[in-house]
Design a binder for this molecule. Sequence first.
Ligand SMILES: *[C@@H]1O[C@H](CO)[C@@H](O)[C@H](O)[C@H]1NC(C)=O
Ligand SMILES: *[C@@H]1O[C@H](CO)[C@@H](O)[C@H](O)[C@H]1NC(C)=O
Length: 302
Amino acid sequence: MKLSHPSITLVSFLSLIFLSTISAQTCQRTCGKQILTFPFGSDPGCGDPRFQQYVTCDQQKLTFTTHTGSYFVTNIDYANQVIYISDPSMSTCSCTQPSKGFGLDWDAPFTFHDDTIFALLDCSVSSSPIYSLNGLYGDGNNSKVPLCDNQGTPICSYLYSCTPISTINLPISTCCIYAPVNLGPSFEMDLKKLQCTSYSGFYSFNGQDSNPENWNYGIALKYKFNVNNEYPITCAQCERSLGVCGYTGVYNSFICNCPNGLNTSSNCFFGASYNNGLRLLPLKNGAWLMYILAWALVLVLL
Ligand SMILES: *[C@@H]1O[C@H](CO)[C@@H](O)[C@H](O)[C@H]1NC(C)=O
Ligand SMILES: *[C@@H]1O[C@H](CO)[C@@H](O)[C@H](O)[C@H]1NC(C)=O
């Protein structure tokens, strides 16, 4: 019995479909439109374990979480190692709204980017600690920290020219430009404690200093790969072989999650050593069996 060419093509086509269905790569390369590479990961076990708990892919939306809430990641600048987030409770030139503030977790691998400027809005001039001489911490002379940046007064004027803010008709003295350097060791902007009702944050004037409508609102955060800020070589090699960097086990040891769904301790190129001990092509044992059976069937039928 002789099989025609189309049948052989069909069998190999079916085995290919079979292979691609079992070979789902756990770690995704994108989350929505955002490209994901190290140190960020789509799922637990992907990316760098230090980052995974703070940046997660939630229903194709990249989310940044701190003790103050969850925020959308609007962009990641991998070249400059900056992550941009937006806080839905933040006020902008087009809307003002109350907010509880924003804070970073002290143990999270992020710091405020120097470009980030916070404007505290509608602060109580009589009772807010940002205006009192004893400052926030109230421990005598050392605490006389200038919490508002006087150089920032023009920023307050521009913000107060925005219609939603101007209609509240507040004196400009209730606006405080609060640079991240003032946020102190707690990385915290607690508006209740500071007695302000809302805040605005932005990271660029977008080339139009006097036009707050076009400023880039949001928060820019810096991150580092490690203490030396070096991209891990094993991860770079894994990515070059189309793998996604991840981690596993109690020691969070490095794994390379390959396009066929398998994990290796090095990279996805032919001959790499696999976690499950298979040292052949990057296919699961069962997949190999089915593949060989499919071709045996073709040969028998020939
Ligand atoms: C590969 O690693 C990922 C991330 O750690 C994990 O979710 C997945 O189950 C692993 N796959 C295999 C086949 O071990
Ligand atoms: C604060 O500093 C001034 C002079 O530097 C000193 O005279 C004063 O006693 C200090 N006050 C306190 C509470 O330490």
